[in-house]
Design a protein around this ligand. Structure first.
Ligand SMILES: [Zn+2]
Ligand SMILES: [Zn+2]
Length: 346
């Protein structure tokens, strides 16, 4: 089969490799679509220690069951599924508390196991979620992304969230914006420096699209909230400066959630302000299976629009697409790699 092989920093090529065999409890999927994650781009740049070359990345994907191993009884050949790629242990204290995304023993398909930038991939049957017929492969490959955005809110402040600031209009920012709208926030600011992304943010429900190359984002968010600050700020960029902005955008008692990876230095926290204003600053990592199931429901019921954020490209173009996404993404927000029609030799 064909696979997009990560060979080292900024080195990727299409290779002919052997297909995965079927093992007990697992199914082999013919990949439908596999989206490229920001964390895959970090990996491509050699900034993800967990991604050890040679590796087939790809953890946001759909597929059709073409083979099933011993003990798999809930899936049949021909079923279309999307996959929660996080394999947590189920036994440690974090797992027992329901915090499976931070299980210290977790591994991830596409990071520690071969992923879906290929014609075929083997996955545990337990990790599969059935796709309704009307949900296409591109949308299905976005279920994982939306799960991350849901996890932010799932673990957030109690009570209504009326005002939200989202820093960064990439995939996660645009999804967080839509979740904020979905749960009833009436003032939603999104900051970015790319005008096409800000335009899309407005289309998707941002009440204030703030161009940081023209306006100070903290001032603009304070203006939006009559000087009070927002209930919730979501940092979806991953820079030290934007993490600090998120905290400065909060109302008294507000909460900043950090999602972006790759900050160059530790952020500075004004401890006295945190005490006096009862601020909360926390991180959000990945998602649980509950988030994943809800994400699929929101997409299949049309409550969240993911179709306008994702475009498809042929898997064979993978190496060039990775180069473009790190050097000059332009209007591209999310790209899903779709394998051509290679036949399976078995
Ligand atoms: Zn991802
Ligand atoms: Zn665990």
């Amino acid at each position: 089969m064909r696979a997009l092989m990560y060979l080292g920093t900024r080195q990727m090529e299409m290779q002919e490799v052997s297909e995965p065999g079927v093992t007990p409890g697992h199914v082999v999927l013919k990949v439908g679509a596999a989206s490229i994650c920001g964390s895959d781009l970090h990996g491509f740049l050699g900034k993800s220690a967990k991604r050890v070359p040679p590796l087939i990345m790809g953890h946001e994907f759909t597929g059709e069951v073409v083979d099933r191993g011993h003990g798999v009884d809930k899936l049949s050949i021909g079923n279309r599924v999307t996959i929660n790629p996080i394999l947590s242990c189920g036994r440690c204290e974090e797992c027992l508390r329901g915090r499976t995304s931070i299980c210290p023993h977790r591994t991830v398909i596409g990071i520690e196991h071969p992923g879906a930038f290929a014609n075929y991939v083997s996955v545990p049957a337990e990790s599969c979620f059935m796709l309704p017929d009307h949900v296409g492969d591109l949308e299905g490959s976005m279920v994982e992304s939306l799960s991350n955005a849901l996890h932010i809110f799932d673990r957030s402040l109690h009570g209504f969230i009326k005002s939200v600031a989202v820093i960064g209009a990439g995939t996660q920012g645009l999804l967080a914006l839509q979740v904020a709208r979905h749960i009833g926030a009436t003032r939603i600011a999104v900051t970015d420096m790319v005008s096409s992304r800000l335009a899309l943010a407005s289309t998707l429900g941002a009440t204030h699209a703030i161009d940081v190359s023209a306006d100070d984002p903290v001032d603009a968010v304070l203006d939006m909230t009559d000087g009070r600050g927002v209930d919730l700020a979501v940092e979806a960029v991953g820079h030290t400066a934007t993490q600090e902005q998120a905290v400065r955008m909060l109302r008294q008692g507000g909460e900043a959630v950090l999602l972006g990876l790759g900050a160059e230095a530790p952020m500075a926290i004004d401890g006295v302000a945190m005490v006096n204003r009862e601020l909360v600053v926390r991180g959000s990592y990945a998602y649980t299976s509950l988030d994943f199931a809800y994400s699929l429901e929101l997409i299949s019921s049309g409550k969240i629009d993911v179709a306008s954020m994702v475009v498809s490209r042929d898997l064979e173009q993978g190496p060039g697409i990775f180069e473009k996404l790190v050097d000059d993404p332009g209007d591209l927000i999310k790209v899903a790699l779709v394998p051509g029609s290679a036949a399976r030799a078995m």
